[in-house]
Ligand binder design. Structure first.
Ligand SMILES: Cc1cc2nc3c(=O)[nH]c(=O)nc-3n(C[C@H](O)[C@H](O)[C@H](O)COP(=O)(O)O)c2cc1C
Length: 168
């Protein structure tokens, strides 16, 4: 699947089929994260693919009780150590993490899966559950798997509303 096809095929899924991810798919998704760019090429992020059923169930509580997460066969957790603010004022690690998460999730879509990006989670609970060291920040959590049924993307603003050429 071409990159644009994956972008067009993506939509947030909140109910997954029981089909598991095979080892090749897991490796391919994690490889997409490994190859993502990072600020100063520091590569301080860690991409955690959670496949253990008990851990996934426990992640429901860490994600503010979003019960549907338990239907996912896997949950991607993106974290990083040593955060710093770049000259542009943005967090290098948040940026690195968001990029890596985007690469990995798009690779998952290209393999026929879907996901849902989560911002509604308690980072301390996630860290405790997954043995993530104290000096790490948890950037994003994303249940991932094959959708239980065909869904569709939410409506998007027009190209004119969200884009500009040269000047805003
Ligand atoms: C940073 C971020 C945080 C989000 N947090 C949650 C969340 O905690 N729970 C949830 O169900 N969806 C969450 N979403 C999914 C959005 O609601 C969804 O992407 C949006 O409604 C657009 O729909 P679409 O992804 O199908 O295009 C999040 C998405 C983003 C990008």
């Amino acid at each position: 699947m071409e990159v644009m096809e994956a972008i067009e095929a993506r939509y947030s899924v909140r109910e997954y089929s029981e089909r598991k991810l095979d080892d090749a798919s897991i490796r391919s998704i994690l490889e997409a994260g490994r190859l993502a760019p990072t600020a100063s090429n520091q590569q301080l992020n860690k991409h955690i693919m959670v496949t253990d059923e008990k851990l996934i169930h426990d992640l429901v509580d860490a994600c503010e009780g979003q019960k549907w997460i338990a239907t996912a066969p896997a949950v991607l957790v993106e974290c990083a150590s040593g955060d710093r603010t770049m000259i542009c004022g943005q967090s290098a690690r948040s940026m690195d993490g968001a990029i890596a998460m985007s690469y990995m999730t798009l690779e998952a879509v290209s393999l026929g899966m879907q996901f849902c990006w989560l911002g509604w989670f308690d980072p301390e609970k996630v860290k405790k559950l997954l043995n993530i060291p104290e000096d790490y920040v948890v950037i994003a959590v994303a249940p991932i798997g094959y959708p239980a049924s065909q869904g569709h993307r939410s409506s998007k603003k027009s190209m004119e509303e969200v884009s500009a050429i040269n000047k805003m």
